[in-house]
Design a protein around this ligand. Sequence first.
Ligand SMILES: NC(=O)c1ccc[n+]([C@@H]2O[C@H](COP(=O)([O-])OP(=O)(O)OC[C@H]3O[C@@H](n4cnc5c(N)ncnc54)[C@H](OP(=O)(O)O)[C@@H]3O)[C@@H](O)[C@H]2O)c1
Length: 365
Amino acid sequence: MSDEVVTNRAVTYANNTTPATITSSKLDLKTCYKNNELVIEVHAAALNPIDFITHQLCNSYIFGNYPKTYSRDYSGVIVKVGKNVDKCWKVGDKVNGVYGHIYGKRGSLSHFLILDPAKNVAITHMVEVPKGENDPYDDFVYAAAWPLTFGTAYSVLHNYKKKWSPDSKVLVIGASTSVSYAFVHIAKNYFNIGTVAGICSKNSIERNKKLGYDYLVPYDEGTIVDNVKALRKSKLESEKFDFIFDSVGNHDFFSVMNRFLKPKADDSFYVTIVGNEKANYENISWKSFISLGSISAALNPFKSFNWRFASPTPSNNFIEVGNEMIKNGTYKPPIDSVYEFEKFQDAIDRIKSNKAKGKVVIKMK
Ligand SMILES: NC(=O)c1ccc[n+]([C@@H]2O[C@H](COP(=O)([O-])OP(=O)(O)OC[C@H]3O[C@@H](n4cnc5c(N)ncnc54)[C@H](OP(=O)(O)O)[C@@H]3O)[C@@H](O)[C@H]2O)c1
């Protein structure tokens, strides 16, 4: 046996009737990677709702019973480099990124992650996060905490509307989510968007004001349509929005869209990253995501507004934009909580609570 055999522990599941558990396998670090691959020893991984959503939707008849590994966001240190890998990646480099997969045998909640950096291009060299005096987290925690949410928010702002300006007006449904945290920072500090209004719970209004939203209205007092209507009248001189971004799953504006969103001819967009409904995290079903409403919103060529479903597109180089914003202090990844690897279930429960303010991160080491 090679002297470089290690135990690779990972959080995996077989299907939606089996729980997430820690499984172990032997990995020979001399032979486990191809010429175009890197081996990363993972130091931290962050959870996203997609992790437990895909788990709960995993029907064994469709997706099989092989072990599927949790998580996509990672930070860690390169321990092996294949001979055909770009020379910018070296043993000892600290890196972070998103490992994109659905039901992958490999995922980031694993002590070792093997990937091809030419294919999994959302990978970068870690940068130091400017920290406050009593900052409890290290750079690996921060580095694991942002790629997927930042990449989603950046892709929403970058990929649809052609031009942003200080006159642009944006409405965010779900102002407290981690994706929206990145969204408001990118909107204000990178695209110089003049007005960003948000909708969140009344308890989160004070917290979210500090993130840069110009106006906030609650979703749990009155109706959101009436609250936004009152906001437009009192603060926006009744002007309509150039862009509505939904990061929770909502359809409240659909029947009254022309009163809130500028016409299509003005390059306006309604972009969701979830769909038309808020999913019940305790009882996830395909119906929450693939409803008739979502299908018709996606396919109906006669709809009166530009509706899009967005996801992160690494080709737009969001990973380098994120690094730049972290370095220049205009974006600091938000951390809700950090868990030891063995306590992964507490971390999953925390994100499932739908109350996290920032990322739920798992430390592997
Ligand atoms: N399409 C994609 O590629 C993609 C990528 C990333 C994420 N997503 C999806 O985007 C959503 C957000 O992800 P995330 O990780 O940013 O979420 P998150 O950080 O876990 O969001 C938690 C926050 O959601 C807020 N919230 C709960 N119920 C709400 C409601 N009914 N209306 C408005 N806000 C509510 C809560 O704040 P309050 O105090 O305001 O209630 C809570 O703090 C998830 O559904 C996720 O699956 C999609």
